[in-house]
Write a protein that binds this ligand. Structure first.
Ligand SMILES: Cc1ncc(COP(=O)(O)OP(=O)(O)O)c(N)n1
Ligand SMILES: Cc1ncsc1CCOP(=O)(O)O
Ligand SMILES: [Mg+2]
Length: 208
C-alpha cells in the first residue's frame, strides 16, 4: 500500500452558489490531503470571496487549504499554504510572507535542477509535470515518471505529480513514487462525477 495522497485542485471557474457543496461532497468521499484554490484571471475580491467560502470546508475536515500564485492573499485569508510557480513570487519572498509554519510548494516542471534548488531553499514540496495531456493549462514541460523515482531516492521532501492525471493513468505515477497526485479535471470532469472520482482515485492509490 502506498503513502501517496490526493491533492485536489479546484476547477478553472467556480460558481460560489454551487461549488462549496460540491467540494464538501468530494472531500467526504475519501482521503484528500489538500485543496488548492486555483483561479486565474479573476480579481482579488473574487479570490478573497472564494477563500472565505471554501477554506472552512477544507479546514473543518483537516484538509489543508492552499492558494495558488498569491502568498499575500493566502496569508491574509488564513490559508494553510501557497503554491508558487517559476514566474510567480519567488520562493524566499513567499516564505517570508507566509511564515515558517505555512506550506509553500514550488513548480519545478521536468527540471531536476529547479527541484534541487527549491528543496535546498526550504520548499515543503516540489511539483513535477505535466505528465499527461491536459486541457486545464498549457504546460511548459512534459515530465516522465522516472523523475519521481529519482527524487524519491535522493530527497526526503515530498514530490507532487501534476498534469492530466486521471483514475485510469495515475497508477504509474503512484508506482514511480509520487507523494501526492495533484488533480483537477480528473476529478471535476470524471464521467461519474467528483464523488465517484475521489473514491476511485483512493482505490487506485491503494492498489485496488
Ligand atoms: C501542485 C501544483 N503544481 C504545479 C502548479 C503549476 O503552477 P504554475 O507553474 O505557477 O502555473 P499556474 O497553476 O499558476 O497556472 C500548480 N498550480 N500546482
Ligand atoms: C496547473 C497545472 N500545472 C501543470 S499541468 C496543470 C493542470 C492541472 O490540471 P489537470 O489535472 O486538469 O490536468
Ligand atoms: Mg502560478
Amino acid at each position: 500500500m502506498s503513502d501517496c495522497r490526493l491533492y485536489l485542485i479546484t476547477p478553472p471557474r467556480i460558481d460560489l452558489a454551487t461549488f462549496p457543496a460540491q467540494l464538501a461532497s468530494a472531500l467526504d468521499a475519501g482521503d484528500v490531503a489538500c485543496v488548492q484554490l486555483r483561479l486565474k484571471m479573476v480579481g482579488d475580491d473574487d479570490i478573497r470571496r472564494a477563500i472565505d467560502a471554501l477554506r472552512p470546508i477544507a479546514q473543518d475536515r483537516d484538509v489543508a487549504f492552499i492558494l495558488n500564485d498569491r502568498p499575500d492573499l493566502a496569508a491574509t485569508g488564513g490559508c494553510d499554504g501557497v503554491h508558487v510557480g517559476q514566474e510567480d513570487t519567488p520562493y524566499t519572498q513567499a516564505r517570508k510572507i507566509m511564515g515558517r509554519d505555512a506550506i509553500v510548494g514550488v513548480t519545478c516542471h521536468d527540471s531536476r535542477h529547479l527541484a534541487m534548488v527549491a528543496g535546498e531553499d526550504g520548499a515543503d514540496y516540489v511539483a513535477f509535470g505535466a505528465f499527461f495531456d491536459t486541457a486545464t493549462k498549457e504546460p511548459k514541460a512534459r515530465a516522465e515518471p522516472e523523475i519521481l523515482s529519482w527524487w524519491q531516492e535522493m530527497m526526503e521532501i515530498p514530490c507532487v505529480a501534476i498534469g492530466g492525471i486521471t483514475v485510469d493513468n495515475c497508477a504509474a505515477l503512484v508506482k514511480a513514487g509520487a507523494d501526492f497526485l495533484a488533480v483537477s479535471g480528473g476529478v471535476w470532469n470524471h464521467a461519474d462525477g467528483p464523488v465517484a472520482a475521489v473514491k476511485a482515485f483512493n482505490q487506485r492509490i491503494a492498489g485496488r
